[in-house]
Design a protein around this ligand. Structure first.
Ligand code: NAD
Length: 260
């Protein structure tokens, strides 16, 4: 069903993006990875995914805070893979601080990478999808697209923005065989979450162990982290033909967090 399609997955050298790339590759999708990391490690990652799944896997190191680099990446994807059938907007960063101490440059970076970059990848991908009358846009949003937490002003603002962008793009593309949905994970134990544990401990004046039990997992009724494999499986479902009538939605995968 997805075999032979091509996907761009932003921020796919780590965490959720890497799991989504692996799961799509396992379904026969050619992949353009994006994200930072050691060049030799990334070359090995591309070679491993290509060998394991018999698909083409390339990497482009575009910085999602730089619109010109995003344009180059999207052109490169078409040049090397032939098309962008599936776009997974996943790259994201976090910074935790009370608003009055929030560094303006951190605010700008979070809004650029977690929200504005999606405008740019989507605007480049949609014309080809419309022409081929098929496309899947999957935005890795967050439970923070629908609820807030203190000390995450920029992240929550950006992720709420992603919800609005997702719905708008879904309406604009609905008659072209294109769907646009957001996946809204709760806490997933990736480097992004691991890094914010010390900062949250500092901001709240508690220990790191208390951050995990009393802040992160306190929000999730299951008391379990969501796994990257679970998020990747949902992304693959949304990419498939069975999800053709699902568009403009925010798919919660948060252990019940936003049910409260
Ligand atoms: P991660 O830190 O493991 O991975 C982030 C990826 O983005 C990496 O590949 C990194 O190189 C890349 N990246 C960072 N800045 C970039 C830039 N400027 N340009 C290009 N690539 C860049 O994080 P993750 O937890 O896997 O997060 C992935 C997405 O999932 C993010 O959008 C995040 O907001 C969202 N999310 C994560 C969680 C969670 O609990 N981990 C929960 C909800 C939503």
């Amino acid at each position: 069903m997805l075999k032979g399609k091509s996907a761009v997955i932003t921020g796919s050298t780590s965490g959720i993006g890497l799991a989504v790339a692996g799961a799509l590759a396992a379904r026969g999708v050619n992949i353009l990875l994006n994200g930072f990391g050691d060049a030799a490690d990334i070359r090995m990652l591309c070679a491993r995914l290509a060998r394991d799944h018999g698909v083409r896997v390339e990497h482009h190191g575009a910085d999602m805070s730089k619109p010109a680099e995003i344009a180059e990446m999207m052109e490169h994807a078409v040049a090397v893979l032939g098309a962008v059938d599936i776009l997974v907007n996943n790259a994201g960063i976090q910074f935790v601080s009370p608003i009055e101490e929030f560094p303006p440059e951190k605010w700008d970076a979070i809004i650029a990478i977690n929200l504005v970059a999606l405008f740019h990848t989507i605007r480049h991908a949609v014309p080809g999808m419309k022409k081929r009358k098929w496309g899947r846009i999957i935005n890795i949003a967050s439970a923070h697209s629908v609820v807030a937490s203190p000390f995450k002003s920029a992240y929550v603002a950006a992720k709420h923005g992603v919800a609005g962008l997702t719905r708008t793009v879904a309406l604009e593309t609905a008659t072209f065989g294109i769907t646009c949905n957001a996946i809204c994970p709760g806490y997933v134990l990736t480097p992004l979450v691991e890094k914010q544990i010390p900062d949250t401990a500092k901001a709240r004046g508690i220990t790191e162990a208390q951050v995990v039990s009393d802040v992160l997992l306190a929000a999730q009724p299951t008391k379990q982290f969501v796994t990257v494999e679970q998020v990747a499986a949902l992304a693959c479902f949304l990419a498939g033909d069975d999800a053709a009538s699902i568009t403009g939605t925010l798919q919660a995968i948060d252990g019940g967090w936003t049910a409260q």
